[in-house]
Write a new protein. Sequence first.
Lengths: 627, 476
Amino acid sequence: MIAGAWVCLLSPLAGAVAITLAGGRISRRTAGWISTLTTFVAFGGALIAFFGLWGEGHGDREHISTAYTWLESGDFEVEFQILVDTLSSTMMLIVSGVGGLIVWYSMGYLAGDDEERRYFAYMSLFVFSMLLLVQAGNFLLLLAGWGLVGLASYLLIGFWHHKPEAVAAAKKAFVMNAIGDATLALGLVLLVWETGTLEYLGVFEDLDSLSTTTVNLVAVGLLGGAVAKSAQIPLHTWLPDAMEGPTPVSALIHAATMVTAGVYLLVRASPVFEAAPDVQHLAAILGAITLLVAGVVALVQWDIKRVIAYSTMSQIGYMFVAAGIGAYGYALFHLMTHAFFKALLFMSAGVVIHHLGGEQDIRRMGGLRSVMPRTHLAFLVGGLSLAGIPIFAGFWSKDGIVAAAFASGDTLGYTLWVAGLVGALLTGAYTFRLYFTVFRGEPSELVTAQAHEGHGEGPLSMLIPVGVLSVLATIGGLVVIPGVWEPFLHWIDETAEPLVMASVAEDYGTSAIAVTLALIGAGLAHRAFRSQRQVITNPRIWHVLEHKLYFDELYDALFYRPSASVSNALRRNIEEPVVERSLDEIGSGTIQVGGEVGRVQSGLLRTYAVAIAFSVAVLVVVFVAVR
Amino acid sequence: MWTTALLLLPLAGALVVAILPLPRESTAGLAFLVALGEVALWIAAAGRFDFDDGGLQLGTTREWVESLGISYSVGFYGFSLWLAGATVIVFAAAIGYGMWVGRDRSRAYHALMLFLLGAVVATFAAQDLLLFYVSFEAMLIPLYVLVGVWGGERRQAATVTFVIYTMAGSLLMLASVVAFGVTQGTFSLTESGTSDNVWIFLGFAIAFAVKAPLFPFHGWLPLAYREAPVEVAAVLSAIVSKTAIYGFLRIGIPKFPEPADDLSGLILVLACAGLVYGSLLAFRAPDLRGVIAYSSMAQMSLITIGVFAFDDLGLDGAVLQSVAHAFVSASMFLLVGMVERRCGTSDIDALGGMARGRPSLATVVLVAGMIALAVPGSATFAGEFLIMAGAYQQGWGYSVVVALGIVLAAMYTLRVISAILHVKPGRAVRDEALDLRPGELALVLPLLLLLLGLSVWPALVSESAFAASTLAELLP
């Protein structure tokens, strides 16, 4: 079982190294296969680990395996160790399984790109880093995986590095995530001082001895990292821009796996957050704000990928709400179904973009249903799942979160419940606005023109993963039927005991309202589509939303421009005139004077020698005398 | 014995290279062989070093001027052996680079480089204060000449500024050396006791602050790093700067525990200021060399924070970071040199788009850059984390500044990576500018492989840097 986990972790790394070392000696196709197969080998390892755990008794499902001591200083040790428990084994399955499908899909999507090999090396690096993140047995190793997924994300967003927008987006993503890394690292520093260890289990045991302030600070540090990685407000602005990367990257990193790392951290460190309930609630509140704001902004975007990106933020907002109120099982459940249906949506969008020769503006799309029937079906399944329509996967997971918010009671719980329901309305509206605009109506000019020249619905390597995910997005939610069959929730409970559980009545009641609202949202989108209008008609509101509530402009004015002008001012007013030039002038002056008198070298040297001897004598006397 | 051999090999090599009337290529080849031999010698010495002990080893002591208490005394501690290891490896790469580009006046050039190598190793090995001072000063002479003769257009101004700053530092240090030796009755670092004289401490501290350099003693840095031949700049920022850290670790703190403790607040504040100031300047510097120069200043400030954290985490982190930064900085400077040779400039505006069609350059720059910005999981990150954790001992504010440094490092390093590799080719980038040649890769790859190795196992350095007895002297 442990061996399976190690294979799972190291196989993608081996793939990345092999592709890098082989360089131009292997064909682009071979690189793709290496990457795909090593990821599926990782999935095999994850299966072994998962079923190994499954066969064990309740309460025994927690194993640590240590390879060696990674970092050591005095009594402080950080080991290279993996933790296999119900939480990490579930994440391993999601990451390697969905990851494998997406890497496979990339082979068709990228076919013909000059630098495919580089792409697959990056993809393998990413899968390894993500697995390191979820398998790590201590916080510092988690942070290592955390940073490496950020690195892989940077490399893949900027994959088409000749595009200035792609490079800018990649840098923005990295810096935003570096802010999160920094707060996370500060939280860990506190843990090192207060508990002397960074191992999860050691830290959780020592939490009682920490003061409230300390625990709150640690939790805030962790939350900062989670918010940045999961693109929650206020550190969210990088995710929409990250859509500059190839579409499979958006599916893998910016929807299915990496951006959910924040949720994983909230669940993994749940004892810390439970000891700091205010911070845990803050996570839920940030999640609720994000799910609403992103849902509204998604209504006005024109770029097919950006709409899906905002929807990702919004759905992760739900997961934050779940983790923030202690419904850990549902947070992870939604993480899983979201991985299915969001990867599916991105992949179908990728097929569309691929077919239309790279076009991403939905105003130039339309009527694709007749041209691409299979893709249409896949997208529709993804959309229904996203909107939470029964029996599709998203229905079971999202409504569970909203119901849990109601069950947690008090003002906060009810507010979150209302936010979740409004979110359901918004989700229905933006999802079906996208669906109708792209697939229904008369074929647009571009669609007609591409009908014969386009790539069609892609090769088998693209179709099969899309098919598999369509099935998962349809039935993948059936591992939880509230009140009837809940193996998934019980599985996770062993690692993260939930604080709140909705009653069956709360669950079904909430579902009824949420589904109704989602259908109303879809209906609004349909009416707007029929009347050739938008869901939001007020031009002023539209304008504000189209500019994404001016977050970018705000951060530019608050941080980037001040720091740029401060550093420019430092350079112009202090560094150059004061620090550099002053001596520079003395220096050239000395040479000039020396040169005129004709004793450049010897003169200088003699002067120095005398000066040294004299001043040393004075200084020695001073030092010895003044004491 | 081993330590003496490590000192003598490069010095003897320098002498032979200077005297033998060989043609240019042979001279360079001979110097490179000597540098490689020095690496082999270091490996052999390290093989005989007991890292579990970590105390003073491989030493030799001979009385020299008994009446004045001056001796020839050398040897290595765990941390100084690691610093010496970084030294010999970086010098091998730098001398190899000098050979690759074919520096003119080859005999003088290579003799000076080897002499410099010997002087640096002697500085790290000296266990006698006068020997330390002589070695410390002996580093300066070849540096003056290397910058002044083989430097860029403004090399004279660069040299003069460098001379004035370092001379001022040297003066203060010489006075302190003499004063310390006289009051202690011996110059031996192993035998002398501690002193509580703030002024003597300040003499050392300022000399080290100039060398590192720490804010605001960095006036020589921008010109020197810009005008020096690129491999000399690499050696300056990667290795010579670390002699300041060694000075604090071997002399500044253990010999002056009280003054060091009293003034640690001031030094930490200056280091924090330098970290932020250097990072901000690096963020807007108009040329690659400027960015790396100021980033080097920021990194040295960071390491200083680790040293004055007065905590074993900070100290171990400082040594780990010193070694890692030596390799990072050397590979960055050498890479800048390779870019400059292709494009004739290091102006950021004139560069760009070099990733296309140059996979080796792109890969190498990315790897070096990512380790430079301390991506979590790298050796530099391990070092920064230890420093950050150690600094908490002195106050949480210092840890926060270190964290801020991580964000700023991401900003300026990503700027460098993109400036070289991304978007469309700048005006100085022509199609004739080829990918890295095998010879160039052979110089940079070993440095990067070492960094990757250290990233996989940073404990190698961090756990063996200090013996318990050494730590006891370093912690108040």
